[in-house]
Ligand binder design. Structure first.
Ligand SMILES: [Zn+2]
Length: 384
């Protein structure tokens, strides 16, 4: 019998990592659009709300009334989605610590991007305040609500002596920060997940290095965010259409003049924040492209960066690995970034397909946590 795939549509809901971008454009509007799509197909999604941004807005709202308006809208968007049955869980970008606001000129975020670079006590205080914030907000709607899952900002979760013991102590049931196969050596993020011991199934992590599978049961579970090998052709097609879009936007910008400059700033800018060392500029671009189209690439199952044919390939890969596991039910975590979605047509097509698949059941992160606790989802140790 083919396994039943419990698929979680998960979204990291945030502005750019450097604080740029208008929350109305990058968060509120696309969240509404996405939840409309989920409703249309009778599906429920999960949003990993980045809470540090919201706490910062609240902290500064006395001096800057425009931040209060945005923070109120943030809570409205979150509670509206939650009332419709979608899940809200925790995502945390520590760079918002001691953020400076310059009005029209935006933000300066000086904090380190990786939570594991902070001392344990500070890490714990951040996690606790963000978890309590979400629980206070959402228990007004559902007194049973609990913040049960975590995804670290910029995926930075391992190795660390402190993070997993703190997550377990604070009552998190599982973490989904591990993404097997990715590697970043950027000005902001240093992370090496190229040698993860489990890239697909839930497992008990080594408490000081979640890239490794523990020999024994632990107080918290890891479920990797799914990855797959994309075909070189699909990558090429996706990248060509990206280049086409960039040119089309440039032409529109020239035609519309200054008006388009504000459209660009409302979407924010990442600059080289996510460019690996040696891969910036035209030479780096070519080097990256050659590597991708000759060797292929491990892709994060991030719907915002995929076209429809990649989504189909991703599901094929999920089905193959689920069948190989020999398990009756498998929980799989997808990714999405509403901030990067401008055209929802491929996602809509994919949701149609999922809604009609008899071997796929859409679940929220809270439902996955329950399944882990009641034994519906088997959790690996290094011995099995
Ligand atoms: Zn994020």
């Amino acid at each position: 019998m083919e396994p039943l795939i419990h698929l979680a549509f998960v979204d990291d809901w945030e502005v750019r990592g450097n604080g740029s971008g208008d929350p109305r454009v990058l968060q509120f509007a696309p969240m509404r659009r996405l939840t409309e799509l989920y409703q249309k197909f009778g599906l429920r999604g999960s949003f990993n709300a980045e809470v540090m941004q919201q706490l910062t807005y609240r902290k500064l709202q006395g001096r800057f009334p425009e931040l209060k308006i945005l923070a109120d809208e943030w809570e409205q968007a979150v509670t509206d989605s939650f009332r419709q049955g979608h899940d809200i869980q925790l995502h945390l970008h520590p760079q918002w610590i001691a953020a400076e606001y310059h009005g029209q000129d935006g933000w300066t975020l000086r904090g380190d991007w990786s939570i594991i670079n902070y001392p344990g006590q500070q890490m714990r205080a951040l996690l606790l305040s963000c978890k309590q914030f979400l629980e206070t907000l959402l228990r007004k709607i559902d007194p049973q609500y609990s913040c049960v899952s975590f995804r670290a900002g910029s995926w930075c979760a391992a190795p660390s002596d402190s993070l997993f013991p703190i997550l377990a102590e604070l009552g998190f049931v599982f973490d989904m920060s591990i993404v097997a196969g990715i590697h970043y050596e950027t000005p902001r993020v240093k992370l090496d997940y190229t040698r993860c011991e489990e890239g697909f199934l839930p497992y008990y992590p080594m408490m000081n290095d979640a890239r490794r599978v523990s020999q024994t049961l632990e107080a918290i579970v890891c479920i990797p965010t799914n990855t797959f090998r994309a075909s070189r052709r699909a990558l090429l097609r996706r990248d060509l259409s990206k280049v086409q879009k960039i040119f089309r936007n440039r032409i529109t910008r020239v035609a519309k003049g200054a008006r388009n400059a504000s459209a660009t700033s409302s979407r924010g800018q990442t600059g080289d924040d996510w460019t690996n060392r040696g891969e910036s500029g035209p030479v780096g671009f070519v080097r990256r492209a050659v590597k991708r189209y000759t060797r292929g690439q491990t892709c994060v199952s991030d719907l915002s960066h995929m076209n429809y044919s990649m989504m189909v390939r991703m599901m094929d890969s999920i089905r193959e690995r689920a069948a190989r596991s020999g398990l009756k039910q498998v929980a799989v975590i997808l990714e999405n970034h509403t901030k990067d979605v401008q055209d929802f047509s491929d996602i809509e097509r994919f949701l149609t397909q999922v809604a009609h698949s008899t071997d796929v059941k859409t679940v929220t992160l809270t439902e996955i946590a329950k399944g882990l606790q009641d034994g519906s989802f088997k959790v690996r140790t290094a011995r099995q």
